[in-house]
Design a protein around this ligand. Structure first.
Ligand code: NDP
Length: 284
């Protein structure tokens, strides 16, 4: 009996480097299983010099889309047919979506953050203090700007990278923003509504300390961390102790996955199912 052509699943995946045990595979495939989606999501190790060939191959075999992890998020741009609005402003793509015969680059990192934040507050008109100006911080900042944040205070170790993000927010997105120096423990300005660690400080180190004067944290402020491993960073523990509302990077990671599945399949997946699968795969 011949196997019908429709037996071939819809293909999606992640082009990564050095992420052989990528836990997002379990997260996305749990969504497929839960919603009866006939798809597969695979992790593919691709060195930078092979990225162009890999994208050509995924195009040829009809992948519905794929994620990219560092260092591919910027290098992939010239290989695509177009960019979504925020991906263009961020200057990085973490999610490619096939629309017709075109591969369009989106950025779901910042959108995932925004989705998590939306469970707690509407950022419109709020004052945000953002530490970091790398890929994750840029993605978060651009989405927050598009969502109508009132004022940004940017804080980054390297002034040059901080200025680049300031230029994007002020020059391209017409936001109110300033870049402040980071010498020692940063004191939050009065009126701060949302504090975000967009740096990699705390990644794989539960005791790593963001240079922040925690006595300036106020009860009721939202304190978010993009770091997802460990899910509860030192910053989030300190924030909770000071009566703030913590928001972890794991929910941002889940929500970027939710958006990816929705882009590729049209199904809005159950975030709780994906969260459970991701946490189990990470052993947290
Ligand atoms: P980048 O390398 O692009 O940026 C790193 C940022 O951290 C820069 O702003 C850098 O400052 C700053 N930084 C690093 N070390 C220090 C330090 N010791 N002191 C002060 N600043 C420091 O990385 P990404 O933006 O891609 O990733 C940042 C974090 O976000 C990682 O932990 C990553 O895992 C996480 N992430 C989480 C996602 C999620 O879904 N939860 C999605 C994507 C990323 P400088 O500019 O001076 O070098």
């Amino acid at each position: 009996m011949p196997i019908p052509a429709s037996f071939c699943p819809d293909l999606m995946g992640c082009l990564s480097q050095g992420a052989a045990g990528n836990p997002t595979v379990a997260m996305v495939e749990a969504a497929f299983a839960h919603h009866g989606i006939h798809g597969r999501y695979v992790n593919m190790e691709v060195p930078p010099e092979k990225l162009a060939d890999a994208v050509k191959g995924l195009r040829a075999v009809g992948f519905r889309g794929f994620n990219l992890s560092m260092p591919h998020k910027v290098a992939v741009i010239p290989l695509l047919d177009g960019l979504g609005e925020s991906a263009a402003a961020i200057g990085a793509v973490n999610c490619v979506v096939r629309r017709g015969d075109q591969l369009i680059g989106e950025n779901t990192d910042g959108k995932g953050f925004l989705r998590s934040l939306a469970d707690i507050t509407d950022p419109k008109g709020k004052t945000v203090v953002l530490f970091g100006a790398g890929g994750a911080a840029r993605a978060v900042a651009v989405e927050l700007a598009l969502a109508g944040v009132g004022r940004f205070v940017l804080v980054n170790r390297s002034a040059e990278r901080g200025r680049q993000l300031l230029d994007t927010l002020v020059g391209k997105l017409h936001c109110r923003a300033e870049l402040l120096p980071w010498n020692g423990d940063f004191a939050l300005p009065d009126g701060t509504d949302i504090v975000i660690n967009g740096t990699s400080i705390g990644l794989y180190d539960p005791e790593a300390r963001l240079p922040l004067d925690t006595s300036t944290l106020r009860p009721g402020q939202i304190v978010a961390d993009v770091v997802f491993s460990p899910p509860v960073t030192r910053l989030l523990r300190d924030a909770k102790d000071r009566g703030c509302i913590p928001l972890d990077g794991l929910s941002m990671l889940v929500n970027q996955g939710v958006l990816g599945v929705q882009y590729w399949t049209g199904v809005l997946p159950d975030a709780a199912v994906m969260h459970r699968a991701l946490a189990a795969a990470m052993g947290v």
